[in-house]
Design a protein around this ligand. Structure first.
Ligand code: 5GP
Ligand code: ZN
Length: 116
């Protein structure tokens, strides 16, 4: 996918982002338009369009994304009061960037899961 994908370019260091954690195969960086006091995106460096594709093709890497998210949650002090971890997927899920990313949200009560 490479140069056409915003998050591949962030993973490659071609587009700046505030990186909070990096492992061999994952990166966590602050969302440019935060929806909560803490809003971090966690991605695999390798391109997968969405969480279903990632989980089916490389469940170990899907697990690494979760481990990175959990480590960031602890570093950001979210583990005591809790947080929300979500993967928007496809048009009904409201996905806008088609490189799989977990949204780690916390730092305040987040309200109901869905607004209607
Ligand atoms: P989605 O709607 O695909 O689940 O989430 C995409 C997220 O990426 C949004 O929360 C949006 O604010 C964030 N985002 C979009 N462009 C950029 C960018 O250039 N840098 C960073 N750090 N976040 C971005
Ligand atoms: Zn990508």
């Amino acid at each position: 996918m490479g140069t056409d994908c915003l998050f591949c370019r962030i993973a490659a260091g071609e587009i700046p982002a505030t990186i909070v954690r990096e492992t061999d195969r994952t990166v966590a960086f602050r969302d440019i338009d935060p929806k909560a006091p803490t809003h971090v995106l966690v991605i695999p460096k390798e391109h997968y369009a969405d969480v279903a594709t990632l989980a089916l093709d490389d469940p170990g890497l899907a697990g690494e994304v979760l481990v990175t998210a959990a480590a960031v949650a602890e570093e950001e002090g979210l583990d005591a009061d809790g947080f929300r971890l979500m993967f928007n997927t496809g048009p009904h899920g409201g996905q806008e960037v088609f490189h799989v990313h977990a949204h780690l949200l916390g730092g305040a009560p987040l309200g109901p899961m869905l607004c209607r």
